[in-house]
Design a protein around this ligand. Structure first.
Ligand code: PLP
Length: 433
């Protein structure tokens, strides 16, 4: 049996190039992070070889005594990491990722063509919350269920809860979804609970982006108000790529959530769980209970505030005027450039972030803003000082895209990138092998 380099130098070389790219760029994509070496060891282990359809103690395959032990440990750690009482809450740790986890919840709670309301994608919601255009039902969620997205108040950049309430009263959804991919503020869970109760709907929170912040109690706690909470495991939580579904153990609106959700995961939509991911997730959830993790998440939020503050000083418009969490949305339209152009120029300088639509955009194809997140570079050891410098580099990149003719040599940005890519840049050591 050979190691990767010997067995497949071609794939090995690609992995090496990707690793260099990850180490040498300023990684500011809000949904990404650097997981630990320990998580990667578990993900790259023999756990990947095992089939274990079913749940601990109730499997369709033999040889699962250790997999049972692992999945039970993972469930326990998941509940502990989110401060949940195992008598009141249960969790399924098998979802393969965030979109499948969400679809599993819909499959568990809804009949085909039942109605749902999630935040509209151009206003920060996720595809899997029911995105559709006037011409096309884009996401499977909008193909199989009737979706009526709610939106932001464009003057404040905050969720328009009054409009959500009015629309919910008319549309009578069976499920209301909180949570977003690009929303810099906390959701108002008590208000959403009230709206859901008013129309007899389930309330679900997709905390994919902020699950690390929730575990560290640095943002509002969705578990106090929601019936179901889904998450990915690879964003602010800093685990392997995967998903989880938390559910109340009491029956809600006459539905036994535990059996409905477990059955929707398997045999409803999945086969064998990815045990190597469950191994990596268990490691991540142990870390998520440590004081270092709490300090890290506090730093993620302070870094994001420092970045936001500096960009505001430099004259930028932020959607909602700032951030309560790990990300900001910068509206570039007043400067006369779009997010796609800024993304491209910044990418050339190894600053990785993404173009994002901002409220009021005419076209989703040429979005007017960029989304910037702090989790990944905080993992690399950045504090407020480096995030302020990062804001200056982003500013310089945006200026460069505005003045395409300006010579880039001698720019501070390029000097910085030379420094970052030099062997003296100590933060590189912090990235796992
Ligand atoms: N939910 C939210 C809020 C997300 O932002 C994302 C991904 O970015 C997902 C779900 C989907 O996760 P995945 O890409 O793992 O399917």
């Amino acid at each position: 049996d050979h190691g990767l380099n010997e067995a497949d130098p071609e794939v090995c070389a690609i992995i090496y190039k990707e690793k260099q790219r990850q180490m040498k760029s300023l990684e500011l994509i809000a949904s990404e992070n650097f997981t630990s070496r320990a998580v990667m060891e578990a993900v790259g282990s023999c756990l990947t070889n095992k089939y274990s359809e079913g749940l601990p103690g109730k499997r369709y395959y033999g040889g699962n005594e250790f997999i049972d032990e692992l999945e039970t440990l993972c469930q326990k750690r998941a509940l502990a990491a989110f401060h949940l009482d195992g008598k009141k809450w249960g969790v399924n740790v098998q979802p393969l990722s965030g979109s499948p986890a969400n679809f599993e919840v819909y499959t568990a709670l809804l009949n085909p063509h039942d109605r749902i309301m999630g935040l509209d994608l151009p206003h920060g919601g996720h595809l899997s919350h029911g995105f559709m255009t006037p011409k096309r039902r884009v996401s499977g969620t909008s193909i199989y269920f009737e979706s009526m997205p709610y939106r932001l108040d464009e003057s404040t950049g905050l969720v328009d809860y009054d409009m959500l309430e009015k629309t919910a009263n008319l549309f009578r959804p069976k499920l209301i979804i909180a949570g977003a991919s690009a929303y810099p503020r906390d959701f108002d869970y008590p208000r959403m609970r009230k709206i859901a109760d008013g129309v007899g709907a389930f309330l679900m929170m997709d905390m994919a982006h902020i699950s690390g912040l929730v575990a560290a109690s640095v943002v509002a706690d969705p578990f106090e108000y929601c019936d179901i909470v889904t998450t990915t495991t690879h964003k602010s939580l800093r685990g392997p790529r995967g998903g989880m579904i938390f559910f109340k153990k009491d029956s809600v609106l006459g539905v036994d959530l535990e059996s409905a959700i477990n059955n929707a995961v398997f045999p409803g939509l999945q086969g064998g769980p990815h045990n190597h991911t469950i191994g990596g997730l268990s490691v991540c959830l142990k870390h998520a209970q440590s004081p270092e993790f709490k300090a890290y998440q506090n730093q993620v939020v302070s870094n994001c505030r420092a970045l936001a503050g500096r960009l505001i000083e430099l004259g930028y418009n932020l959607v909602s005027g700032g951030s309560d969490n790990h990300l900001i949305l910068v509206d570039l339209r007043p400067l006369g450039i779009d997010g796609a152009r800024a993304e491209k120029i910044l990418d050339m300088a190894s600053i990785t972030l993404n173009k994002n639509s901002v409220p009021g955009d005419k076209s989703a194809l040429v979005p007017g803003g960029i989304r910037i997140g702090s989790p990944a570079m905080t993992t690399r050891g950045f504090s407020e000082k480096e995030f302020i410098a990062t804001a200056d580099f982003i500013h310089e990149g945006v200026q460069l895209s505005l003045e395409a003719k300006k010579s880039v040599s001698g720019s501070k940005l390029l000097d910085f990138m030379k420094f970052v890519t030099s062997p003296d840049f100590s933060l590189i050591d912090r990235v796992s092998d």
